[in-house]
Design a protein around this ligand. Structure first.
Ligand code: PEP
Length: 249
Protein backbone atom coordinates (compact mmCIF):
# COMPACT_ATOMS: atom_id res chain seq x y z
CA UNK A 1 0.00 0.00 0.00
CA UNK A 2 1.28 3.44 -0.94
CA UNK A 3 1.99 5.57 2.12
CA UNK A 4 3.37 8.92 3.09
CA UNK A 5 6.65 8.51 4.94
CA UNK A 6 9.12 10.97 6.37
CA UNK A 7 12.33 9.26 7.50
CA UNK A 8 15.20 11.03 9.25
CA UNK A 9 18.68 9.71 8.49
CA UNK A 10 20.90 10.84 11.33
CA UNK A 11 24.03 9.47 9.64
CA UNK A 12 27.13 9.41 11.93
CA UNK A 13 25.74 12.11 14.21
CA UNK A 14 24.65 12.03 17.86
CA UNK A 15 26.27 9.96 20.57
CA UNK A 16 23.98 8.39 23.17
CA UNK A 17 23.29 11.52 25.27
CA UNK A 18 22.60 13.60 22.13
CA UNK A 19 20.40 10.86 20.74
CA UNK A 20 18.45 10.75 24.01
CA UNK A 21 18.02 14.53 23.91
CA UNK A 22 16.86 14.58 20.29
CA UNK A 23 14.37 11.79 20.92
CA UNK A 24 12.97 13.70 23.91
CA UNK A 25 12.57 16.76 21.67
CA UNK A 26 10.92 14.68 18.94
CA UNK A 27 8.44 13.27 21.45
CA UNK A 28 7.39 16.81 22.37
CA UNK A 29 6.39 17.60 18.77
CA UNK A 30 2.85 17.31 17.46
CA UNK A 31 2.07 15.39 14.31
CA UNK A 32 -0.75 16.86 12.24
CA UNK A 33 -0.21 14.86 9.04
CA UNK A 34 -0.82 11.24 8.14
CA UNK A 35 2.86 10.58 7.39
CA UNK A 36 4.65 7.62 8.96
CA UNK A 37 7.59 8.98 10.94
CA UNK A 38 10.91 7.13 11.06
CA UNK A 39 14.29 7.94 12.53
CA UNK A 40 17.58 6.20 11.73
CA UNK A 41 20.10 6.69 14.54
CA UNK A 42 23.52 5.07 14.40
CA UNK A 43 23.84 1.38 15.37
CA UNK A 44 25.01 2.06 18.95
CA UNK A 45 21.86 4.05 19.70
CA UNK A 46 19.27 1.76 18.14
CA UNK A 47 18.30 -0.17 21.23
CA UNK A 48 17.92 2.94 23.35
CA UNK A 49 15.98 4.69 20.58
CA UNK A 50 13.67 1.71 20.15
CA UNK A 51 12.97 1.55 23.90
CA UNK A 52 12.50 5.32 24.16
CA UNK A 53 9.93 5.45 21.34
CA UNK A 54 8.17 2.15 22.04
CA UNK A 55 4.88 3.92 22.80
CA UNK A 56 5.22 6.74 20.29
CA UNK A 57 4.27 7.16 16.67
CA UNK A 58 7.93 6.94 15.59
CA UNK A 59 9.59 3.92 14.00
CA UNK A 60 13.29 3.45 14.66
CA UNK A 61 15.10 2.11 11.60
CA UNK A 62 18.70 1.20 10.71
CA UNK A 63 21.02 2.99 8.30
CA UNK A 64 22.69 -0.16 6.91
CA UNK A 65 23.33 -3.88 7.46
CA UNK A 66 25.55 -6.65 6.10
CA UNK A 67 24.37 -9.25 3.61
CA UNK A 68 25.78 -12.27 5.48
CA UNK A 69 23.88 -14.26 8.06
CA UNK A 70 26.73 -13.98 10.61
CA UNK A 71 30.43 -14.77 10.87
CA UNK A 72 33.84 -13.25 10.26
CA UNK A 73 32.87 -9.73 9.14
CA UNK A 74 34.55 -7.53 11.71
CA UNK A 75 32.69 -4.33 12.37
CA UNK A 76 29.53 -5.35 10.56
CA UNK A 77 25.93 -5.77 11.75
CA UNK A 78 23.53 -8.48 10.58
CA UNK A 79 19.81 -8.50 9.91
CA UNK A 80 19.19 -10.73 12.93
CA UNK A 81 21.10 -8.29 15.14
CA UNK A 82 18.87 -5.46 13.96
CA UNK A 83 15.74 -7.50 14.53
CA UNK A 84 16.90 -8.45 18.02
CA UNK A 85 16.84 -4.75 19.04
CA UNK A 86 13.38 -4.13 17.61
CA UNK A 87 14.27 -2.91 14.13
CA UNK A 88 11.94 -3.77 11.24
CA UNK A 89 13.19 -1.42 8.52
CA UNK A 90 16.65 -0.80 7.08
CA UNK A 91 18.01 1.81 4.68
CA UNK A 92 20.14 0.22 1.93
CA UNK A 93 22.10 1.78 -0.91
CA UNK A 94 22.52 5.29 0.48
CA UNK A 95 24.84 7.24 -1.81
CA UNK A 96 27.35 7.69 1.01
CA UNK A 97 27.57 3.87 1.35
CA UNK A 98 27.99 3.59 -2.41
CA UNK A 99 30.64 6.33 -2.60
CA UNK A 100 32.72 5.75 0.56
CA UNK A 101 32.27 2.01 1.13
CA UNK A 102 32.19 0.77 -2.45
CA UNK A 103 28.70 -0.67 -2.25
CA UNK A 104 27.80 -1.55 -5.82
CA UNK A 105 24.60 -2.93 -7.32
CA UNK A 106 25.70 -6.56 -6.82
CA UNK A 107 26.41 -6.06 -3.11
CA UNK A 108 23.16 -4.16 -2.71
CA UNK A 109 21.18 -6.94 -4.40
CA UNK A 110 22.60 -9.34 -1.80
CA UNK A 111 21.75 -6.98 1.03
CA UNK A 112 18.21 -6.53 -0.25
CA UNK A 113 17.76 -10.32 -0.48
CA UNK A 114 19.05 -10.84 3.04
CA UNK A 115 16.89 -8.08 4.50
CA UNK A 116 13.73 -9.34 2.81
CA UNK A 117 14.45 -12.93 3.83
CA UNK A 118 14.46 -11.68 7.43
CA UNK A 119 11.18 -9.76 6.99
CA UNK A 120 12.90 -6.41 7.20
CA UNK A 121 11.34 -3.62 5.17
CA UNK A 122 13.92 -1.98 2.90
CA UNK A 123 14.21 1.69 2.06
CA UNK A 124 16.28 1.38 -1.10
CA UNK A 125 18.20 4.52 -2.10
CA UNK A 126 19.59 5.42 -5.49
CA UNK A 127 20.23 8.54 -7.55
CA UNK A 128 22.42 10.07 -10.17
CA UNK A 129 25.55 12.21 -9.81
CA UNK A 130 25.74 15.77 -11.11
CA UNK A 131 27.73 14.69 -14.19
CA UNK A 132 24.96 12.20 -15.10
CA UNK A 133 22.34 14.92 -14.91
CA UNK A 134 24.42 17.38 -16.91
CA UNK A 135 24.87 14.70 -19.58
CA UNK A 136 21.09 14.02 -19.51
CA UNK A 137 21.92 10.49 -18.39
CA UNK A 138 20.04 10.65 -15.11
CA UNK A 139 17.13 8.41 -16.11
CA UNK A 140 19.42 5.72 -17.51
CA UNK A 141 21.54 5.72 -14.35
CA UNK A 142 18.54 5.48 -12.05
CA UNK A 143 16.95 2.77 -14.19
CA UNK A 144 20.09 0.64 -14.06
CA UNK A 145 20.48 1.10 -10.28
CA UNK A 146 16.91 -0.10 -9.74
CA UNK A 147 17.09 -2.95 -12.24
CA UNK A 148 20.46 -4.28 -11.08
CA UNK A 149 19.58 -4.38 -7.40
CA UNK A 150 15.86 -5.16 -7.46
CA UNK A 151 14.59 -6.65 -10.71
CA UNK A 152 15.51 -10.23 -9.80
CA UNK A 153 12.73 -10.04 -7.17
CA UNK A 154 9.16 -11.30 -7.53
CA UNK A 155 6.38 -8.73 -7.60
CA UNK A 156 5.28 -9.81 -4.12
CA UNK A 157 8.62 -8.68 -2.64
CA UNK A 158 7.84 -5.06 -3.46
CA UNK A 159 5.30 -4.75 -0.68
CA UNK A 160 8.31 -4.64 1.67
CA UNK A 161 10.27 -2.10 -0.34
CA UNK A 162 10.17 1.68 -0.26
CA UNK A 163 12.18 3.55 -2.90
CA UNK A 164 14.14 6.70 -2.14
CA UNK A 165 15.30 8.81 -5.06
CA UNK A 166 18.24 10.87 -3.86
CA UNK A 167 20.15 12.80 -6.52
CA UNK A 168 23.71 12.79 -5.20
CA UNK A 169 24.21 16.44 -6.15
CA UNK A 170 21.38 17.45 -3.79
CA UNK A 171 22.47 15.52 -0.68
CA UNK A 172 23.90 17.70 2.06
CA UNK A 173 24.68 20.42 -0.46
CA UNK A 174 21.77 22.77 0.18
CA UNK A 175 20.90 22.29 -3.48
CA UNK A 176 17.47 20.73 -3.91
CA UNK A 177 16.02 19.16 -7.01
CA UNK A 178 13.15 21.37 -8.09
CA UNK A 179 9.71 19.93 -7.34
CA UNK A 180 9.33 19.41 -11.10
CA UNK A 181 12.64 17.53 -11.36
CA UNK A 182 11.61 15.32 -8.43
CA UNK A 183 8.17 14.68 -9.94
CA UNK A 184 9.61 13.87 -13.38
CA UNK A 185 12.02 11.34 -11.94
CA UNK A 186 9.44 9.77 -9.60
CA UNK A 187 7.06 9.38 -12.53
CA UNK A 188 9.85 7.74 -14.53
CA UNK A 189 10.59 5.38 -11.62
CA UNK A 190 6.93 4.39 -11.37
CA UNK A 191 6.85 3.77 -15.12
CA UNK A 192 9.99 1.61 -14.88
CA UNK A 193 8.25 -0.50 -12.23
CA UNK A 194 5.05 -0.64 -14.26
CA UNK A 195 6.88 -1.89 -17.37
CA UNK A 196 8.39 -4.78 -15.43
CA UNK A 197 5.76 -5.62 -12.79
CA UNK A 198 2.50 -4.01 -13.92
CA UNK A 199 0.14 -1.38 -12.54
CA UNK A 200 -0.39 -2.77 -9.06
CA UNK A 201 3.27 -2.74 -8.01
CA UNK A 202 3.80 0.68 -9.61
CA UNK A 203 0.70 2.27 -8.05
CA UNK A 204 1.38 0.81 -4.60
CA UNK A 205 5.04 1.80 -4.47
CA UNK A 206 5.99 4.49 -1.95
CA UNK A 207 8.68 6.68 -3.51
CA UNK A 208 10.51 9.15 -1.28
CA UNK A 209 12.59 12.12 -2.37
CA UNK A 210 15.84 12.93 -0.56
CA UNK A 211 18.23 15.83 -0.99
CA UNK A 212 18.25 19.00 1.12
CA UNK A 213 14.56 18.83 2.04
CA UNK A 214 13.82 21.53 4.61
CA UNK A 215 10.72 23.08 6.19
CA UNK A 216 10.83 25.80 3.52
CA UNK A 217 10.62 23.46 0.52
CA UNK A 218 8.93 20.31 1.83
CA UNK A 219 5.35 21.36 1.11
CA UNK A 220 5.97 22.05 -2.55
CA UNK A 221 7.97 18.86 -3.09
CA UNK A 222 5.40 16.71 -1.26
CA UNK A 223 2.56 18.27 -3.28
CA UNK A 224 3.76 16.45 -6.39
CA UNK A 225 1.60 13.42 -7.22
CA UNK A 226 4.41 10.85 -7.42
CA UNK A 227 6.32 12.08 -4.38
CA UNK A 228 5.18 10.15 -1.32
CA UNK A 229 7.51 11.60 1.27
CA UNK A 230 11.11 12.30 2.09
CA UNK A 231 14.37 10.90 3.35
CA UNK A 232 15.78 13.74 5.40
CA UNK A 233 19.41 14.22 6.45
CA UNK A 234 20.48 17.56 7.93
CA UNK A 235 17.00 18.80 8.80
CA UNK A 236 16.28 15.58 10.74
CA UNK A 237 18.74 16.64 13.44
CA UNK A 238 16.44 19.38 14.78
CA UNK A 239 13.10 18.20 16.12
CA UNK A 240 11.17 21.34 15.13
CA UNK A 241 12.50 21.27 11.56
CA UNK A 242 11.89 17.55 11.21
CA UNK A 243 8.27 17.83 12.35
CA UNK A 244 7.72 20.88 10.16
CA UNK A 245 8.62 18.53 7.29
CA UNK A 246 6.48 15.68 8.67
CA UNK A 247 3.56 18.11 8.87
CA UNK A 248 4.13 19.50 5.37
CA UNK A 249 1.68 16.95 3.95
C1 PEP B 1 20.29 11.98 3.05
O1 PEP B 1 21.34 11.81 3.62
O2 PEP B 1 19.62 10.99 2.73
C2 PEP B 1 19.87 13.35 2.75
C3 PEP B 1 18.85 13.52 1.96
O3 PEP B 1 20.57 14.37 3.34
P1 PEP B 1 20.21 15.94 3.29
O4 PEP B 1 18.75 16.07 3.63
O5 PEP B 1 21.09 16.55 4.35
O6 PEP B 1 20.52 16.42 1.93
Amino acid sequence: MRKNIVAGNWKMNNDLPLSEALISDLKRQTKTSNAEVMIAPTFTNLWHAFEATRHDDIEVIAQNMHFAENGAYTGEVSADMLKSVGINTVILGHSERRAYFNEDDAILAKKVDQALSKDLRVIFCFGEELADRKAANHEAVVESQIKNALFHLDASAFKNIVLAYEPVWAIGTGETASPEQAQDMHKFIRKTLQDKYGNQVADDMTILYGGSVKPANAKEIFSKPDVDGGLIGGAALKAEDFYAIVNAF
